[in-house]
Design a protein around this ligand. Structure first.
Ligand SMILES: O=c1ccn([C@H]2C[C@H](O)[C@@H](COP(=O)(O)OP(=O)(O)OP(=O)(O)O)O2)c(=O)[nH]1
Ligand SMILES: [Mg+2]
Length: 158
């Protein structure tokens, strides 16, 4: 069954391919770097992708990192996942960051640096209340359910 959503795309850089899905069933269409960049350890850079899209209302685009870049270079997306609003008509840009502590990551023009995932999205219609309904979780968060392995030095301190 075809679940595809029509997304108009404008190629701002006609020498780059239109984003594509590498395999049938892939969720992310790979986005290309329109410019190369060398990211020193800890560096980040906003990399243009050479495309602009019109995501239909009721859908959102997420720019997710590619696991191969993370695994091989330590490169990920500082604001992963990036949110591409349906009303956005500007160039999609990817905020790449190099998490490797020692090695510079070299990104070449034409490298696939992120993947665009299109998803249905609903928006909240906020209604202000004085008190929220009570739940089992309540205000618990940030490890409230436990089960986090302590770092070696932390366990010695306990
Ligand atoms: O990784 C990203 C994230 C966002 N955008 C574009 C699409 C999005 O619709 C717009 C705004 O993104 P966001 O809301 O995350 O940025 P902001 O800091 O809130 O800026 P704004 O005040 O423009 O909303 O920027 C990108 O090109 N790449
Ligand atoms: Mg915003």
């Amino acid at each position: 069954m075809n679940h595809d959503v029509p997304v108009a795309i404008r190629r701002l850089d006609p020498d780059l391919p239109i984003p594509a899905y590498a395999n049938p069933g892939d969720a992310g269409a790979d986005l290309y770097a329109a410019e190369g960049v060398a990211l020193a350890p800890g560096d980040r850079a906003l990399v243009p992708t050479g495309v602009a899209v019109a995501i239909p209302d009721g859908y959102v685009g997420y720019t997710n990192p590619r696991s191969g870049l993370a695994h091989r270079l330590g490169v990920t997306i500082a604001n992963a996942p990036g949110t591409i609003d349906s009303g956005y008509r500007g160039e999609i840009k990817i905020n790449l960051v190099n998490l490797d502590p020692e090695r510079t990551a070299v990104i070449e023009r034409g490298d696939r640096v992120a993947q665009l995932v299109i998803q249905p999205v609903v928006r909240a219609s906020f209604t202000e209340v004085a008190e929220l309904t009570a739940t089992q979780r309540g205000t618990g968060g940030h490890g409230s359910t436990g089960g986090h392995r302590r770092l070696e030095e932390e366990s010695e301190r306990v």
